[in-house]
Design a protein around this ligand. Structure first.
Ligand code: SAM
Length: 219
């Protein structure tokens, strides 16, 4: 955790948000997943972030807390989560640098370019989010997608017997196949957190951090 967070009382707020999410069954990023993205933001001096899937603004607050010149726009479809997110953002004193929008991200009209577009919303729609928002990706920017392991089920479908979960897992596999076959973007897959992918424009060359690149799913 950064010194900024440690010294400004954020540590307590962050623990509170995590406890709230757990108590209310709200999925937020795993600890190692969020650390991975925060490190990526630091190392690549990311300043403008678009997040698809705010929940209660846990990850948005973590990202914006890294440095005073980081700006986050984040979209959440669920009104109750959006209201809680607004409260958390205000409590963190970040309302000037985090813009929360209560919309279905499939239909939002977002202006401007972003250095990082973080896809962390409805898993079945990842391909649509990717295609829709690539127009907002700044030169040299990256997409980061979360939950590509989906609690190990992407690698091992027999971990669930639930029909709709199986369907969802198959959609995530399709998204992984889409990323692997994409000629416009190259993707590095990481087994950290719940499975993270970093996608950058192919002509801009590899710029993912020096972690070992691993395929998290074979289809
Ligand atoms: N990024 C958050 C964090 O780590 O703190 C967690 C986000 S949670 C995994 C996914 C969120 O995406 C849910 O709160 C859900 O309501 C929202 N969501 C799902 N579909 C969406 C859509 N089409 N547009 C906007 N938000 C959506």
């Amino acid at each position: 955790m950064s010194d900024f967070i440690e010294n400004s009382g954020f540590a307590e707020n962050i623990e509170e948000m995590k406890a709230f999410a757990q108590k209310n069954d709200i999925p937020i990023m795993f600890d190692d997943g969020i650390e991975f993205i925060c490190n990526y933001i630091r190392e690549h001096k990311i300043k403008r972030i678009l997040e698809i899937g705010t929940a209660i603004a846990y990850s948005a607050i973590r990202f914006a807390s890294i440095a005073d010149d980081i700006y986050v726009t984040t979209i959440e479809i669920d009104i109750d989560r959006f209201i809680k997110a607004q409260l958390n953002i205000k409590k963190a004193g970040l309302e000037n640098r985090i813009t929360a929008i209560n919309e279905d991200a499939l239909f939002s009209q977002i202006e401007g370019e972003f250095d990082l577009i973080f896809i962390d919303a409805a898993k079945a729609q990842y391909m649509k989010f990717f295609e829709k928002y690539k127009a907002n990706l700044a030169p040299g920017g990256v997409f980061i997608s979360d939950n590509l392991s989906f609690h190990g089920m992407v690698e091992n479908l027999s971990l669930t017997h639930n029909y709709s979960t199986k369907k969802l897992v198959k959609k995530i596999r399709k998204y992984i196949a889409f990323l692997k076959a994409n000629t416009e973007f190259k993707t590095d897959f990481y087994q950290t957190g719940d499975g993270i992918a970093v996608s950058y424009r192919a002509e801009e060359g590899g710029q993912a951090q020096n972690a070992v690149t691993e395929n998290i799913a074979e289809n």
